[in-house]
Ligand binder design. Structure first.
Ligand code: NAD
Ligand code: LMR
Length: 342
């Protein structure tokens, strides 16, 4: 989908050709945490989207310069900056998609759960403002630990009486992006053809690539399955260690989040063929939230796709059972946090 965003001439021609057929799409997107390591490149990539009319950039500091800089790109959307809690409501009014990469990243030696104490409160407060100002928006949660911050967001939205489980998404697209990259490298496949579903959650062993459902169909040795699974599960840590204290994945994350935003905008715009993996409220397993492939439509999640979880290999079935206690505990921790506050 991002391919189209880098072809302004083609877009223009396309728009002229279809000007009588297609109304110009115009969606408002807000990025909360826009001055951060993810926020900056993500905002730039969203600025490239032909589907966006307004891009609202919010942070607690340093967002004015980011917005001024990005606003000079000659793509359609208008960029506005918002600094600090007093400007958050204005940032959110009328917004269709809210993306939340606000919060602290890991340093070497930390787990994502070690970020809970700081990021849980940040997500709680931001989602509370979303509930008050744009309760119908799609909400994309990037802030870690996703396995807990998404349940926190759900509880806050429930407390405000505006929870729509179809519109709350934990962004796990980076796991799919990584799985596709590593599998195509290992098996010498054309990257554009490769699609690996990744299910479960977004931390350590809760990240479960379903290699048996790789498209195009490809066979792996037991050794390859183990190697690839472990690499995909540890890919975040691979980046944290390479950055050696300077943070975690930001550029690949921005790319992945921009893909998820673009998919959401296409769905809002009526594309009936939008599928992504995401950590959402789910009844595919006995856990209340679970990442799987979902079909996204105008009103959010239209369907959870069960087929990736059917006919699992013995390795995958074992890994699925093994991840459940950790994922369950992370979900419950988030729910308890959100309810302790009221
Ligand atoms: P960063 O520190 O570079 O940027 C975070 C930004 O959030 C900063 O600009 C900061 O000012 C802002 N911020 C802090 N509190 C805020 C608040 N209350 N309201 C608005 N903004 C606030 O961090 P980063 O590298 O961009 O990572 C951000 C988060 O994304 C981390 O929690 C990280 O673990 C997570 N992450 C998730 C994934 C994923 O796959 N879901 C991937 C990479 C990183
Ligand atoms: C990632 O997967 O890169 C992110 O969740 C950041 C991290 O802490 O690993």
């Amino acid at each position: 989908a991002l391919r189209a965003t880098f072809a302004p001439k083609a877009q223009k021609e396309n728009r002229n050709l279809n000007s009588n057929l297609q109304p110009q799409a115009s969606y408002k997107v807000a990025v909360l945490g826009a001055a951060g390591g993810i926020g900056q490149p993500l905002s730039l990539l969203i600025k490239m989207s032909p589907l966006v009319s307004d891009l609202h950039l919010y942070d607690i500091a340093n967002v004015k310069g980011v917005a001024a800089d990005i606003s000079h790109c000659n793509t359609p959307s208008k960029v506005l900056d918002f600094t600090g809690a007093s400007e958050l409501a204005n940032c959110l009014k009328g917004v269709d998609v809210v993306v939340i990469p606000a919060g602290v990243p890991r340093k070497p030696g930390m787990t994502r759960d070690d970020l809970f104490n700081i990021n849980a409160g940040i997500v709680r407060d931001l989602v509370s403002a979303v509930a008050d100002n744009c309760p119908g928006a799609f909400i994309h949660i990037i802030s870690n630990p996703v396995n807990s911050t998404v349940p926190i967001a759900a509880e806050i939205l429930k407390q405000k009486g505006v929870y729509d489980p179809k519109k709350l998404f934990g962004v796990t697209t980076l796991d799919v992006v990584r799985a596709n990259t590593f599998v195509s490298q290992r098996k010498n496949l054309r990257l554009i053809d490769v699609d690996v579903p990744v299910v479960g959650g977004h931390a350590g062993i809760t990240i479960l690539p379903i290699l048996s459902k790789t498209r195009p169909s490809v066979s792996f040795t037991d050794e390859e399955i183990d190697e690839l699974t472990v690499r995909i599960q540890n890919a975040g840590t691979e980046v944290v260690e390479a950055k050696a204290g300077a943070g975690s994945a930001t550029l690949s994350m921005a790319y992945a989040a921009a893909r998820f935003v673009e998919s959401s905008l296409r769905a809002l715009d009526g594309d009936a063929d939008v599928y992504e993996c995401s950590f959402v409220q789910s009844d595919l397993t006995d856990l209340p939230f679970f990442a799987s492939r979902v079909k996204i439509g105008r009103k959010g999640v239209e369907a959870l796709i069960p087929t990736d979880l059917q006919g699992l290999s013995e390795y995958e079935q074992k890994a699925l059972e093994a991840l459940k206690p950790e994922l369950k505990a992370s979900i419950e921790k988030g729910i308890a946090f959100a309810n302790k506050q009221t």
